[in-house]
Design a protein around this ligand. Structure first.
Ligand code: ADP
Length: 641
């Protein structure tokens, strides 16, 4: 039995409380968004009821004219948003607005900087929702009843946005939800019908349901009238839609506070009819990389009836940041998530969505490089997953990629593969790249030395996904890729560098001459000393400045990645790199001349350890390394300083 009229008091979770407080303060300069959020919730509730009614229209309880009503009451100082949608029962109210059970709340709080402007943006990305009501209200009352439940199952929730809320049973004749905002003294402007009306037409003109308000009336019953156009935006001809309308629909759809970066709106007519409206957001949601599934995907409609949110089968994973709507005239209304996976028509729509999305992105790249930079910084790492995931579209994806490079602008990823190919040296038949833990590590890697000397461009990759991507990416436009840190490097086919740019003291020797010989016995002795840590020790063709480096086999995983996997508790395939030594380096000379066994062993070990460190690998015995370095420093320090 439900207890009637005995409100129960519950405390919000600490984190919910914190989010609420932050939101109220950070979003204050954007306070009118609360109305869009409430209308958006109401419209979702209507969508969901209409969907349920496909199976059984008795759920309408005879009231199938779906609508949103907004009412202001000057005397009471309240603004009410009401829908006759699906409604919520007690458990749902508890769950949905009693707690912010959103995963990632903690991570979200951790990301806040204290700078109001920056924080408002993050909060916006988080999706503000129902709680935004507290920006303008000092008390919010929600009453709701789930469609199909009895009137006594109604529920009433109330809170002042502080630490607690109350919840009680409360009879409700009609299904749906009503949210009443008791406006703060300073927010009475939202009692003005005119203000509210203009906000509705700014934010919610093209949601698919009528929004009604009462006309001003001197006396007696006021008439309800529609205040929005109530035609779903994607159903209109493109030429009738302004940029502003596209943007406000985007915000309604995504709860993003910022404008979308761009969109593509297409109608396909013929043997199949469907419409797609796709948006690229300007900023990535903070959980894009972590949370794999929630809130991504498109909204699927069938003949304008909302079917499901976050329909992931409409988008491949690497395009999960694309938002928007797909409306098909041919899918059955009762299509389920499971059926969707199988549906042939849907597969066609999906491949069209992928093409349109990639075209839209390619268009930014072509038309507006500055904007593309912004795009790439937000979503580049995700797009890269597509190289591995979507073989069929690899040729569309590859030109979208951007990398930092030895010939680029610092750490800015701005070099495309096309650019790289255009400036390849005569005789160069390979696209060279290196993967590392971060830009610095890539850019300072000893592996680049011979390439720098010969002025050969190397792409510097430091996203986590890069190593994985490159395992699938063997060539671009007929030119193979090669990691400069793996396998043998042979630059002999290349032209020698321009003599003017060669090193000082007349070092005009050509590129192949970086291989110097080292005595085979010496190499053997070093390898024995290193006791199985490396598979081979050899003279290097890569190094000009550093003493040593480690080289992996073509198929082996980069050392920084091996370290990451190990840290994540995964088993890493056994790999033993090759140690390469620079025969011209004074430390290697020292080694050649060293007669003491212990000193020889220390120095060999150090050359190995340095190489490992510059590769982003981790030392098994860091203290031992420090000891060896100190010993060496003392040995070679000038006496008595
Ligand atoms: P979001 O809408 O982003 O999920 P909200 O905080 O706005 O977050 O709402 C939380 C949940 O409460 C919604 O997902 C929905 O399940 C429920 N809800 C909110 N408003 C309504 C409403 N008018 N009718 C039915 N359910 C609602």
């Amino acid at each position: 039995m439900t207890k009637k009229n005995t409100p129960e008091t519950h405390a919000f979770q600490a984190e919910t409380r914190q989010v609420l407080q932050l939101m109220i303060h950070s979003l204050y300069s954007n306070k009118e968004i609360f109305l869009r959020e409430l209308i958006s919730n109401a419209s979702d509730a209507l969508d969901r009821l209409r969907f349920e009614a496909i199976q059984d229209d008795s759920i309408y309880e005879g009231d199938s004219e779906l609508r949103i009503e907004i009412e202001t009451d000057e005397e009471a100082g309240t603004l009410t948003v009401r829908d006759n949608g699906i409604g919520m029962n007690r458990e749902e109210v508890m769950e949905n607005i009693g707690t912010i059970a959103k995963s990632g709340t903690r991570a979200f709080l951790d990301r806040l900087s204290g700078d109001q402007k920056a924080d408002a943006q993050i909060i916006g990305q988080f999706g503000v929702g129902f709680y935004s009501a507290f920006i303008v209200a000092d008390k919010v009352t929600l009453s709701s009843r789930k469609a199909g439940d009895a009137a006594e199952e109604g529920v009433r929730w109330e809170s002042d946005g502080g630490g607690e809320f109350t919840i009680e049973a409360s009879d409700r004749e009609t299904h749906g939800t009503e949210v009443t905002l008791h406006l703060k003294e300073a927010e009475k402007e939202f009692l003005s019908k005119w203000t509210v009306r203009s906000l509705v037409s700014r934010y919610s003109d093209h949601i698919g349901f009528p929004i009604r308000m009462q006309a001003e009336a001197e006396e007696g019953e006021a008439e309800w009238e529609d205040v929005n156009k109530a035609s779903a935006l994607w159903t209109l001809p493109k030429s009738d839609i302004s940029d502003e309308e596209y943007q406000s629909f985007y915000k309604y759809l995504t709860h993003d506070m910022d404008d979308a970066l761009c969109w593509a709106h297409n109608k396909v007519e013929g043997s199949q009819c469907y419409t797609t409206l796709l948006y690229v957001p300007a900023t990535a949601p903070m959980d894009l990389m972590l949370q794999r599934d929630e809130r991504t995907g498109l909204r699927l409609y069938v003949k304008r009836v909302f079917i499901m949110d976050a329909a992931q089968s409409l988008l491949p994973h690497y395009l999960r940041f694309i938002r928007g709507v797909v409306d098909s005239s041919d899918l059955p209304l009762n299509v389920s998530r499971e059926l969707l996976q199988e549906n042939e028509l849907l597969k066609k729509i999906r491949s069209a969505v992928v093409r349109r999305s990639l075209d839209m992105i390619a268009k930014i790249a072509k038309d507006d490089p500055e904007q593309y930079k912004m795009f790439w910084n937000q979503f580049g790492a995700v797009i890269k997953e597509g190289v591995a995931d979507d073989f069929a579209n690899r040729e569309r994806i590859a030109p979208l990629l951007r990398f930092a490079s030895t010939h680029g602008e610092g750490s800015e990823p701005c070099v495309s593969l096309e650019m790289y190919k255009e400036r390849m040296k005569e005789g160069q038949e390979t696209i060279y790249f290196i993967t590392a833990e971060n830009y610095q590590a890539a850019s300072n890697s000893p592996h680049l030395e011979v390439f720098r000397k010969n002025d050969i461009e190397v792409l510097l990759m430091s996203d986590r996904v890069d190593e994985w991507m490159m395992a699938y990416f063997t060539e671009f436009d007929g030119t193979p890729f090669k990691s400069v840190a793996k396998g043998d490097i042979d630059l002999s086919a290349l032209q020698p560098p321009d003599p003017d740019s060669a090193g000082e003291d007349g070092d005009k020797k050509d590129s192949e001459d970086t291989t110097q010989s080292l005595d085979a016995d010496l190499l053997k002795k070093i390898q024995d000393t290193l006791n199985g840590q490396v598979s081979e020790v050899r003279a290097s063709r890569r190094l000009t400045d550093s003493a040593s480096c480690l080289v992996l086999g073509e198929q082996e995983m980069a050392l920084h990645l091996q370290k990451l996997l190990e840290q994540a508790g995964q088993t890493v395939p056994d790999s033993r790199p090759v140690l390469e030594l620079n025969a011209d380096h004074p430390l290697v000379h020292l080694l050649q001349e060293e007669e003491g066994d212990e000193a020889f062993s220390d120095l060999s070990q150090m050359l190995y350890e340095q190489a490992l460190l510059s590769e982003g690998g981790s030392l098994t015995d860091p203290a031992g390394f420090v000891r060896r370095v100190n010993k060496l420093m003392l040995r070679h320090a000038p006496p008595d300083q």
